[in-house]
Design a protein around this ligand. Sequence first.
Ligand SMILES: [Zn+2]
Ligand SMILES: [Zn+2]
Length: 256
Amino acid sequence: MNKTKCPVCEDLPRGPLCRTHRQELSNTLYELRLGLDELKRMERREVRHRGHGGGAASPAFPPAPMDMTAADLYDYAEDIIQDAAADIGLWGGKAPQVLDRLDDRLDRLADAPNSGRDYRNLTRTSRKVQQHITPPEDRIIHGPCLNPECRTQLAGLPDDTTSTCSKCGSIWAVAEVRRARRERLKGHTITGTPTQIAKWVRRSTGVPAKAQNVKDWLRRGQVPHGPRTGKGVYECDMGGLLAAVEETHPGVNLAA
Ligand SMILES: [Zn+2]
Ligand SMILES: [Zn+2]
């Protein structure tokens, strides 16, 4: 039996990490290493043509997380990485080298007094980097910010569990955001062909749903719908469509 509790499992400030979270930490270091390389490449492109190619992104998407440039985010991530390294007596160095050294000393990092804090900071930072390097067309919309004064659309990665609002800074559980969106649209219907309905799903969620996906949901009875109103025209429950697409989208791989 473990006499000390894992700070991540138990939400404690300190204590050695459990096996699972050691493994996760190792994955995070690896992800950060690749993510920062990509960020560097973006930084060079941004310097060359200032901004993200100007207005090509779909207006349904809010700007990049927290509106940081690739260069700002790189510096921010480097600080976080150096802070974690300082906890095990490694000082200074560039992010890629520090990450390599942390990976070599993973056990020391996982046993450090601040391992819980470091774990959380590194994971959160890796998440931010992943969001930044994910092109807008691969991001999805979780739903409006739950802050009633804000309601900004929260966009992110398909496997996000939490989402930070780029406008008001609130942090929400993605499951809650999606639930609220489903609830709000429950009982509202959209009438159209599977192609038109798929288009609505794409615009509302960013998930690349196709007409065939809508047909499959209808055939399987996954989405409540009224009687067919015309040739291939259906009246579908919007909340039901969201539930169907949310069930499908972990990983977002909607086949044609
Ligand atoms: Zn744990
Ligand atoms: Zn907000």
